[in-house]
Design a protein around this ligand. Structure first.
Ligand SMILES: Cc1ncc(C[n+]2csc(CCOP(=O)(O)OP(=O)(O)O)c2C)c(N)n1
Ligand SMILES: [Mg+2]
Length: 556
């Protein structure tokens, strides 16, 4: 047998055994290392859950109290680990309840697999009014994910599952969904099993790498912009920052790629100043939407883009060079190429330290939020995971909370969806039990998924959460005060006593009134490692928006 034939034999599907559709799906998930499902059962998926049950210790099923909780947990687990994670829900309302999390997974390029039930196979598309029927469920799902497949039986379950899992991580990562009808999960038959086949990385374009190295080598003032796609290229970005004496801008998804203890790690306002002065930008795994649309662009700024998605770099503004593929291997090639031509550069360390010092003075305006963030940073270990929310302290964290490592700052990206935080953090804590995870919330956002405190108790997930309680949708309220003549509407909230609320689940409830008290509460909570809610009563806080939405600095 020649080598080609031997290889073919090794990767060919194993001889078909008789399995149910659900068994073939579950076995394929396990073979690909997917060993956890965040889930909420129902009659459409009874045979799927039976296959989960019979997988025994090999599969962990974490049932949540609402489908959005299950899907956000899968998202949090995916973001915290960088690995594919799955959730399972019933069709119709189950699918839609999980919808905001799936939308967020898409926006964050997160490898989340949805297993979604469906009405009886023969009834699909006929509008008969079956339990949980929704018009064109497949069409709805397809608009939310990168990859969708409908499983038709044991014969195609494994191959479709394997393809969906490959789609989660291949090319630009993102969510995938598998749909299967109520009467198909339990059907038995010959089920050829597809072996795991890791996606093949795209070939790196060496000409483009050389062009990028030439451009960056000649540039005098390079700015690196790191997005979510740079999370696995921390070493490479750090080395490039030093070689190019280039500061690294990150805001939400790229935080932690360069350690914030390095003065070259810059926030949005410093990044905007540098954008105005730069002659070249190296953008890694970022859409670059806000810099280009808000800060402006002109011919004097040469852009090199690194992106896993071939279509992304030119979507908004054609870059000088586009490098397509995973950031880390591409940047390693770039480092090699640059090493041959990069000039010796004067150190910009003093300049960066000065910029950081004057930024700190400007941020004094946000002292109330910063004092709480200082307390959090002092107690959260360096590798602890901070999970962001759409709240006053959260907005400031994106600008000023020091982050030391990749994947330790989870912020919802461009969806910026209120209420994602608590359940996402719960998933992160479940997937990374060895490090403490902290969920910060406003009172508005917290009650979106605070019911999942029951999930934390049931599955003993020791998440620590803070609720900054101003009895308001504070952000909305302040905008109405400042921009709409104080005409307040739909922004005041009536809340439970959050300490008693936590205690009613059997969780720990604490109250901290000052940053010092918050520090003490966090210290005891991280030591105790039990599901904990810390309520922090607060008043209105100063607006962060002047540091986030800023006028152009180029192309005016
Ligand atoms: C899903 C979703 N719905 C609505 C909004 C709009 N929104 C942004 S901030 C905010 C208020 C948040 O209130 P809270 O969680 O209490 O935080 P606070 O601003 O009071 O600190 C709202 C309603 C959103 N971002 N996402
Ligand atoms: Mg509030």
């Amino acid at each position: 047998m020649n080598v080609k034939a031997a290889n073919k034999k090794k990767t060919a599907a194993a001889p078909a055994k008789s399995l149910t559709t659900a068994e073939a799906t579950v076995q394929t998930m396990l073979a690909h290392g997917l060993d956890t499902v965040y889930a909420l059962p129902g009659v459409h998926n009874d045979h799927l859950f039976d296959a989960f049950q019979r997988a025994g210790d090999r599969l962990r099923v974490i049932h949540a109290r609402h489908e959005q909780g299950a899907a956000y947990m899968a998202l949090g687990a995916a973001l915290a680990t960088g690995r594919p994670q799955a959730y399972a829900v019933v069709p119709g309302p189950g699918l839609l309840n999980a919808g905001a999390a799936l939308l967020t997974a898409y926006g964050m390029n997160a490898p989340v697999l949805g297993l979604i039930g469906e009405i009886p196979q023969d009834a699909i598309g006929r509008g008969l009014g079956h339990l949980h029927e929704i018009r064109d469920q497949a069409g709805i799902i397809k608009r939310l994910v990168d990859h969708y497949a409908h499983i038709d039986g044991p014969g195609d379950a494994s191959a479709k599952t394997a393809r969906a899992i490959q789609a989660l991580v291949g090319g630009r990562p993102g969510p995938a969904a598998l749909e299967c009808a109520i009467d198909v999960w339990g059907k038995s038959g010959r089920a050829p099993t597809a072996p795991p086949a890791p996606p093949r990385p795209p070939k790196i374009d060496d000409d483009a790498v050389r062009a990028a190295a030439r451009l960056l080598g000649k540039a005098k003032r390079v700015l690196i912009v790191a997005g979510g796609g740079a999370q696995d290229a921390s070493l490479e970005v750090t080395l490039l920052a030093s070689m190019l004496q280039a500061p690294v801008l990150s805001y939400r998804r790229g935080r932690g790629v360069l350690d914030d203890r390095d003065p070259f790690s810059v926030n949005l306002p410093i990044g905007r100043d540098l954008w105005g002065e730069a002659d070249a930008v190296l953008a890694v795994g970022t859409r670059l939407l806000n810099p280009i649309t808000q800060w402006g662009i002109d011919r004097d700024l040469k852009i090199v883009r690194v992106d896993a998605d071939r279509a992304e770099p030119a979507r908004l503004h054609k870059p000088a060079v586009a490098l397509v593929g995973d950031a880390a291997p591409i940047l390693r090639r770039l480092i090699d190429a640059l090493a041959r031509s990069n000039p010796r550069r004067p150190s910009r360390r003093d300049e960066m330290q000065q910029r950081q010092a004057s930024m700190r003075k400007r941020l004094d305006k946000l002292a109330p939020q910063l004092a709480f963030l200082d307390a959090i940073r002092a107690e959260l270990p360096d590798d602890g995971i901070y999970v962001d929310e759409v709240t006053q302290v959260g907005f400031v964290a994106r600008l000023a909370f020091p982050v030391y490592k990749p994947r330790t700052f989870l912020s919802p990206g461009y969806q910026d969806n209120l209420g994602w935080g608590f359940a996402t953090a719960l998933g992160a804590q479940h997937a990374r039990p060895e490090v403490p995870v902290l969920s910060i919330n406003g009172d508005g956002g917290f009650l979106y998924t605070a019911n999942e405190l029951a999930t934390a108790m049931h599955h003993r997930i020791p998440l620590v959460s803070i609720v900054f309680n101003d009895n308001a949708l504070g952000n909305v309220r302040r905008i109405q005060q400042e921009q709409f003549g104080n005409r307040l509407i739909a922004c005041d909230l009536t809340n439970p006593d959050f300490v008693k609320y936590a205690e009613s689940f059997g969780a720990v409830g604490l109250r901290a009134r000052t940053p010092d008290e918050l520090r003490d509460a966090l210290r005891t909570s991280f030591a105790r490692r039990e599901p904990t809610v810390i309520e922090v009563p607060v008043g209105p806080m100063p607006s962060p928006w002047e540091f986030i939405h800023m006028p152009p600095v180029r192309g005016r």
